[in-house]
Design a protein around this ligand. Sequence first.
Ligand code: HEC
Length: 446
Amino acid sequence: MKTIALGLTASLATLLAAAAPGKIAKPPQVTFSKDVAPILVKNCQGCHRPGETAPMSLLTYQEARPWAKAIREAVVLKRMPPWYADSHFGKFSNDRSLSQSEIDTLVAWADNGALEGDPKQTPKPAQFVDGWNIGTPDLVLEMTKEYQVPAAGTIKYEYFTIPTQFTEDKWVRMAEVRPGNRALVLLVIWELTDSHPVIDLAVFKSRNWLLSTLTLSLMFAIFFGNIVLTPMWLHVQLGYTATWAGYATAPMGILAVLTAPIVGRLLPRVDPRWIVTFGFGVLALSFFMRAHMTSSVDYMTVAIAMLVLGAGIPACIITLTSLGVSDLPPEKVASGAGLQNFIRIMSMAIGASITQTYWEHMTRHSRAELVAAIDPTIAQELATKAGAIGFSPERSQSLFSGLVDGQAVMLATNDFYAGATLLMLGLIPLIWVIRRPKAPLKAVAH
Ligand code: HEC
């Protein structure tokens, strides 16, 4: 009986063992000499050796053994080896990061007692050239002054400029940074600068650029002030909804689209200053139409002023952007055009917000002036008339107050457009200070 029972338990154990083979099969032993050292040679010893930046040497088993747990953590968290290039953007030939199986090997080694294995199998530590790693370079540039690192304390971020003295552009095939004292350098961030910065302020010295940018920016400021003001005014004054305010401003686009190609055609043939003068003249005319409206203005009057405005816009924008770069040397054209674009967009935003503030302020101001100027007997008379047709005194008072408000808004708006008209006319003489370009102008694409 006993033997049978034993036989049964034994075969059960065999069955269980077959079902969970991992539990029984012994994993291959991970050792320093066979598995770990090759990884250290390839990925770590560049920094982890005497005289380098890393705090400890990892050349031998004796050196690496005490660091086993730290190595495990550093590679699992991908702190080591340092490699910050984003792997989503291509493959780098000097990629020193570890593969997942290499990480697993280092982890298994640390977790299983960090064994040495057979020392005879250990590969030789990596060999490093003491001197240039890239071969003798064609050109060696040195820091102009030595930098003293204090023994203790913190130091500021340091920038060292090393002039190349190149007189022409060069292709760089390879480059190497060699610190005088490698143990003191943690990292070098290397930037190439050149004499054509993205924003080249030298364009300010060009008369045509300066005047074109100035006039274009002022024009944009006013133009956008108008774009912001018109719907606000239509809403307050005439009770327009946003949609109807849109219908009243939209006609601006019609003549803008029609005149843009004409301006492009004329640009190489006509003195561009005439085209800009025409543009500012049209803008002045449109603003003038808006400068003496009354509070009983109708849709068409506003829409026509907007239609006219459209005819002047391309003449100003296309011509002034081209004039702006007309006397710049070819290598400065891009930064000149870019900077001008930036300034005009900025003045657009400033113009829009100043106009709104100005308008609100002026509305209050006009109201105060109106109230002071109103003959009290008129108010009285109105109240009596309103009373006769059945309005309560409060109601007639609020009606009257609304009337004054409406007039105040109208006056403030008219003042804005009178100012805008004068500014547009005032810019015309400035246009004629711009030098006429020698070569025929071409439209600058943005
Ligand atoms: C580019 C140079 C460089 C390489 C390559 C490099 N290290 Fe380091 N390592 C350093 C520096 C510098 C420090 C000390 C500063 C720090 O902790 O960030 C350091 C610190 C460490 C530390 C200390 C603890 C820690 O996480 O900061 C460990 C462990 C370590 N390295 C392991 C490795 C291993 C393993 C490799 C290879 C797989 C490796 N390092 C590759 C530069 C390097």
